[in-house]
Design a protein around this ligand. Structure first.
Ligand SMILES: Cc1ncc(COP(=O)(O)O)c(C=O)c1O
Length: 462
């Protein structure tokens, strides 16, 4: 609702329906006192909902991309026509029928000469789609579990009998759905929720610290024969944007290959954010995986979707992975147009340079200037984290509101918390992950606003 000057006005009387938030389940404990009335590019128009400022509007630079999912920002001139065309022309057949949109997309990505064919040649990999990152990860786990037994007589597959461990990492985040919870090592994510199924064909999870190659080697030397699969985020997101040292991911791939374990890459968050389409990349090129799950940015900010790319030998029992929305024509049209645009415009290459600029500014203007608030800045591409100090972490709610009032939208991640092997505690971390379309000038404005917000927060709360 805008007044004659284009300023958003929020009615907030008790009888008013607009921005009445009572019906929406509160997942957070507290509610941010803002509503969004519209957005263009990376600028979101917010309105204050409560308190003395209610009704005031503010333009906020989006340094989050909707939980890091809107790589092309709002109202993308690429996504809008693709979506419109697909709705008008492409139909809605399910995965049983070979749609033109799906055929086009998969050929462009995985067919001969395709964008991702070097990494995932169609002769070796097959692909399916799910609705969300969590669902994609559930299917990845399912593919790994089903690889252990012969589906015809439901007996253990020869040589896979003893493999009952899924190895995950301290601080990992893969989604909130039941099957994934055992992969998370933090109490808050597990206690009182479904645990791993018992025998037969049960599995256990074990956790090692992320990024410690020597620990991984020692673990595999002792337990490699028991490991069914390793589930890894190429850059740990919820743990606070933890980037592994060079060579670590390739070493994990080697350990898996040599011990007969499957390597599952959770690229739900990292997809198109690290300066590459895939985080499982190093100076040698693609790091081979058995299963890769892509999500978030894959839906270009307008659809919730994910893709599971698995070796052809990995399948589930007959009709065991049927999903109403497996690579529907509209989804494929949006993905295809978005990916093509990212590729043609060189947005990934650009994000590497912008990422360096962003990282430098975050270190120089935040970490160095506000040592009572920030501990460390880490990041690559459009995926950065600024870890809070213990003192600042105690006030995340106020911190976040202050940042929004200073004109920048950021999210906070849990941080890895306590880790084994003497590694230090990782505190909650502010995620600075603007959409890929962010410009150099916007990067500067984001950091300027973070500086303003930090100054005000320090004065008000610490
Ligand atoms: C690494 C990772 N995996 C999986 C998920 C779950 O994805 P979704 O929220 O789409 O279910 C997330 C979401 O934050 C994530 O960051």
């Amino acid at each position: 609702m805008l007044d004659e000057n284009g300023t958003a006005v929020a009615p907030h009387g008790p009888g008013d329906v607009w921005f009445d938030r009572t019906a929406h389940m509160n997942h957070y404990g507290t509610k941010l006192p803002f509503g969004c009335v519209g957005a263009t590019g990376i600028v979101q128009r917010f309105v204050e909902l409560d308190g003395p400022r209610a009704g005031r509007s503010l333009d906020v630079l989006d340094a989050s991309g909707g939980y890091a999912s809107a790589c092309l920002g709002a109202g993308s001139p690429v996504v809008v026509p693709a979506l419109t065309r697909a709705v008008e022309e492409s139909g809605y057949v399910t995965d049983e029928i070979a749609s033109l949109e799906r055929a086009r997309l998969l050929k462009r990505l995985f067919g001969a000469g395709g964008l991702w064919a070097g990494r995932f040649p169609a002769a070796d990999y097959h692909v399916t789609g799910r609705n969300s990152g969590s669902e994609g990860m559930e299917l990845a786990l399912r593919l790994a579990l089903e690889s252990r037994f012969d589906r015809r007589d439901l007996r253990a597959a020869k040589g896979r009998e003893g493999r009952d461990v899924v190895l995950a990492f301290e601080g990992a985040w893969h989604g909130w759905t039941g099957g994934l919870l055992p992969l998370l090592n933090r109490r808050h994510y597990r206690i009182g929720l479904p645990a791993v199924a018992a025998e037969p064909f049960g599995f256990t999870t074990e956790h090692i610290p992320f990024g410690e190659a020597e620990t991984a080697r020692e673990y595999f030397a002792r337990n490699g024969h028991r490991v069914l699969a390793v589930v890894i985020e190429p850059v740990q997101g919820d743990a606070g944007i933890l980037i592994p040292p060079p060579g670590y991911l390739r070493e994990m791939a080697r350990l898996c290959r040599e011990s007969g374990a499957l390597l599952v890459a959770d690229e739900v968050l990292t997809f198109a954010k690290t300066g590459e389409f895939f985080g499982m990349t190093d100076e040698e090129g693609p790091i081979p995986t058995d299963i890769t799950v892509l999500g978030k940015s894959l839906g270009m900010g307008v659809l919730s979707t994910s893709m599971v790319v698995a070796r052809r030998s990995l399948t589930v029992r007959e009709s065991g992975a049927v999903a109403t929305s497996d690579l529907r024509p509209i989804t494929c049209a949006v993905m295809g147009a978005g990916i093509e645009h990212v590729h043609a415009e060189g947005l990934l290459e650009r994000s590497r340079t912008l990422g360096e600029q962003l990282g430098t500014l975050l270190r120089r203007d935040l970490v160095d200037q506000f040592p009572t608030l920030y501990r460390e800045a880490r990041g690559v591409g459009v995926m950065h984290g600024v870890e809070l100090t213990e003192a600042a972490a105690a006030h995340i709610g106020a911190f976040r509101e202050r940042m929004i009032r200073s004109g920048v939208y950021v999210e906070f991640m849990a941080g890895a918390g306590r880790r084994s092997h003497g590694l230090r505690y990782v505190f909650p971390t502010m995620r600075v992950a603007p959409p890929l379309v962010v410009t150099a000038a916007e990067v500067e404005s984001i950091v300027e606003r973070l500086v303003d917000g930090s100054r005000a927060f320090r004065k008000e709360s610490l």
